[in-house]
Design a protein around this ligand. Structure first.
Ligand code: PGA
Length: 263
């Protein structure tokens, strides 16, 4: 039986004092005995603050990205060794925003290549995380144009294959995959639960082919993209959806705690 998991992706939000206040509220609002596994992925700069506040709880802190080399002349980067040192339990990899794929593009098109994430870099990052025993949260998902061209399954299967290249099932069985349709992220448009469920089942089948049956049954598959308290319960009750990766709604403690309760 897979344990439900709800992860808050705070993205580029929250100063230290804001983070501290938000976590204080969360700890008051969420029953410490909850059966749901919970994690918050703040910016690198607030990981330590959140980790300290979570110390006496069963909640985890995670990161939003990582660089694959352990140390060296990589200006602006943070390694898995450093994340481990900070107490990170999870790390998001291959988020559509780090891949430069946006639901509603607010940056100049010419700057997209700056993000420079590919399936190959995602693969290197996953290997670096596994080496440090940090659980990767691998994000996959199609853009609106890819969905309209009927390429959803093909795009996701290629992302999974590329990201998990050379990785054994036994190594990734505690890992997480998040299905995040790019067009649903931060746009208020949620993928309907039947379609989200279909894609998550397709992902589990692909994981069986790429890794093995045992790993595919153990890996938690989350849905992400405009999850809120009003749609969480229906999404999380689908057989192959093991919880959610929550962006905007994770910034408000009351709303996030309701989502955790729905799980
Ligand atoms: P959203 O973001 O919940 O704000 O749509 C989800 C995500 O990007 O992980």
């Amino acid at each position: 039986m897979r344990k439900k998991l709800v992860v808050g992706n705070w993205k580029m939000n929250m100063t230290r004092s804001e983070a501290s206040a938000a976590i204080e509220s969360l700890l008051l609002l969420i029953e410490p005995t909850t059966e749901v596994e919970l994690a918050i992925c703040p910016t690198y700069l607030t990981i330590e603050t959140v980790a300290q506040q979570f110390r006496r709880s069963r909640f985890h802190v995670g990161a939003q990205d990582v660089f694959w080399m352990p140390s060296g002349a990589f200006t602006g980067s943070v390694s898995a060794v450093m994340l481990k040192d900070m107490g990170c339990h999870f790390c998001i990899v291959g988020h559509s925003e780090t891949r430069g794929r946006f639901g509603k593009l607010e940056i100049p098109e010419s700057t997209v290549s700056y993000f420079a994430e590919t399936d190959e870099t995602v693969n290197l990052k996953i290997k670096a995380l596994l080496f440090q025993s940090i659980h990767p949260i691998l994000c996959v998902g199609e853009t609106l144009a890819e969905r309209e061209a009927g390429r959803t399954d093909e795009v996701i299967q290629a992302q999974l294959k590329g990201a998990l290249q050379g990785i054994e099932g036994a190594e990734f069985r505690d890992g997480v995959v998040a299905y995040e349709p790019v067009w649903a992220i931060g746009t208020g448009k949620t993928c309907d639960s039947a379609e989200a469920s279909r894609v998550c089942s397709m992902i589990r089948k692909a994981l069986t082919d790429i890794l093995d049956e045992d790993a595919a049954q153990a890996i938690r598959i989350l849905y992400g993209g405009s999850v809120k308290s009003g749609n969480a319960e229906e999404l999380f009750s689908q057989p192959d959806i093991d919880g959610g990766l929550v962006g905007g709604a994770s910034l408000v403690a009351e709303e996030f705690s309701k989502i955790v309760r729905s799980a």
